[in-house]
Design a protein around this ligand. Sequence first.
Ligand SMILES: Cc1cc2nc3c(=O)[nH]c(=O)nc-3n(C[C@H](O)[C@H](O)[C@H](O)COP(=O)(O)OP(=O)(O)OC[C@H]3O[C@@H](n4cnc5c(N)ncnc54)[C@H](O)[C@@H]3O)c2cc1C
Length: 500
Amino acid sequence: MPGPEQTVPEPTGEAGGQQTGGQQTGGQETDGRQAHERRPGTTRDGVPVRPEGPVGGEGPVRAGATVRAGESVKAGETVQAGGSADVIVVGAGPAGSTAAAHLARTGLDVLLLEKSVLPREKVCGDGLTPRVVKQLTDLGIDVSEEAGWLHNRGLRLVSGRRSLEFDWPELSAFPGFGLVRRRADFDELLARKAASAGARVVERANVTGPLLDERTGRITGVTARLGEERRPVAYRAPIVVAADGNSTRLSVAMKRYRRTDRAMGVAYRTYFTTPRHDDRYLEAWLDLRSPTDPARRLLPGYAWVFGMGDGTANVGLGILDTAKAEVDWRELLRRWCDGLPPEYGYTPDGVTEPIRGAALPMGLNRQPHYADGLLLVGDAGGTVSPGTGEGIAYAMESGRYAAETIVQALARRTDRGRELALRAYPQALRSAYAGYFALGRLAAELLGRPKLLGTAGAAGLGHPALLKVAFRLMVNLTEPNSKDALDRLLHLLGRVAPGK
Ligand SMILES: Cc1cc2nc3c(=O)[nH]c(=O)nc-3n(C[C@H](O)[C@H](O)[C@H](O)COP(=O)(O)OP(=O)(O)OC[C@H]3O[C@@H](n4cnc5c(N)ncnc54)[C@H](O)[C@@H]3O)c2cc1C
C-alpha cells in the first residue's frame, strides 16, 4: 500500500537540482504545431475522444470551480484558457520529451509544458549507457561523434587496488557503446526533437495543479503560471502525463504518494579540469566509506568520474538512503576527490562548478503509475535503478511505454476500452523493471551491511569474479535468451527477488 509522503534527504535548496538558464522567453510555444491540422479532442482518425470532464472549454475558468482549492489560484483570480490537446505532458526532461515525441509522431495533439527555459542546467552525472543510445536512435537522433557526442566503450570498476575494464556488450537490442553529454544540451536536444515531431512545447509554463472532474476525481487538464508575469492559465486534455521529475508536484496533488518501502537515493556531483577528460570508459569506484565512521564501513553506493571530452570530468557520488549514516555528502565528495590518484590532476582550484545534488527516486516508488487519467513517467514514477542510480534510460523508456499505451487507448471507441488500455502501462513497467530493480536494491543494500561485508568488503569486492557480477548487475544489458550462466542466474534472481 502506498505510504504517506515523507521527507527525503533532499539536498539543501536544490530540490530537483534544476536551474533555469538561457534566454528568458517564457510562455512561448515553439514549432511543430503546423504539422497537425487535426482538431484537438479527436484521435488522428477524427474519432472524438470522450473525456469525462469538461475538456476543450474555451471560456475562462474561475477559481474554485474545477481548480483544486489552494493549489494555484487566488480567490477571484481569473484563469485564462490555454487551450486543449489530446495529451498534456508536464516536464520536458528525458521522460517528458521522449513521451511527447513518440505521441506527436503518431499525429496526436500534444502539449509539452516546461517550467524553465531551455537550455537549463540539470544536476546529473551526464553518463549515458547503451540503453539511452537505443532510445536516442529510435527517436532518429544522430549519436555520432561528429554530432557532438563523446562515445565510451564500457565501465571501469575500481575496488581496493584493483581496476577492471568491462566493455558494453554488443547485443541484438543494444549497441556496444555509451555516451556522455551535458544535460543542458541533452535535454534541449530532446525537447526540440519533440517539437519537430509535432508537439507544442511551451516553456516557462510552471504547472501548479490538476484540473479535476469534481464528480469522478479524474484529471481533465492542468493549471499553470505562464511567462515572466506568471499569468494563470488552464490547459485541458483527457490524458495527462506527469514527467515533472523527483518532486512531481502534480503527482502529489493527485495523491500519488511515495511508497516508503522502496529505496530512495541521493547523489551529488561537481566538475573539475583533468587531463583524463576524454577517458573512453565511465569509471565507478565501489569502495565508498564515510570519513567520520571509525569502523570505515562501506557505504551502499559508489563514486564516479566521467570524462566530458571538453577538458573536464564530472565527478560525483550516489548512495542509497538505507545508509542511515549521518554524512555530509558534499564533504564526503570533497574528501574523496582529495584521495584521487595524481594522474587525475585533481586540485581544489581545478573545480569548475559547485557541488550540487538531488534525490534519486528509485524502484518504481510512486504509485499507481496510472489512475484517473494521469500517468507517471521517469523520476515522477520512481524509475531510477536502485542498483546504479541510472535514471535517464529508464525515464526515456517509461516515457515511450506511456506514449505507446496512450496511443492505443485513444484509438479505442469506448471509455471502458480506453481505461483497459491505459491500465496496461503499470503492468508494462512492472514486467520490464520490478525484478531487476529488486535485485539491484538487494545488491546495493548488501554493500551497506557492515556485518556481511564490513571492513573485509574492499578485499572481497576487489576479486575479479565479484567485479564481473557487479558489472552485470549494474548495467542490465543481456540477451533475453542468453546462454551465459551468469546472465541466466541474474534473470532467475530477478524473477524471484522480493519486493515487486
Ligand atoms: C547528481 C546526480 C547524478 C546523476 N547521474 C546520472 C547519470 O550519470 N546517468 C543517468 O542515467 N542518470 C543520472 N541521474 C538520474 C537522472 O538525472 C534522472 O533520473 C533523470 O533526470 C530523470 O529524468 P526525468 O525526465 O524523469 O526528470 P527530470 O530530468 O528531472 O525532468 C523534469 C522536468 O520537469 C520540469 N518540471 C518540474 N516541475 C514542473 C512544473 N511544475 N511544471 C512544468 N515543468 C516542470 C523540470 O524543469 C524538468 O525539466 C543522476 C541524478 C543526480 C541527482
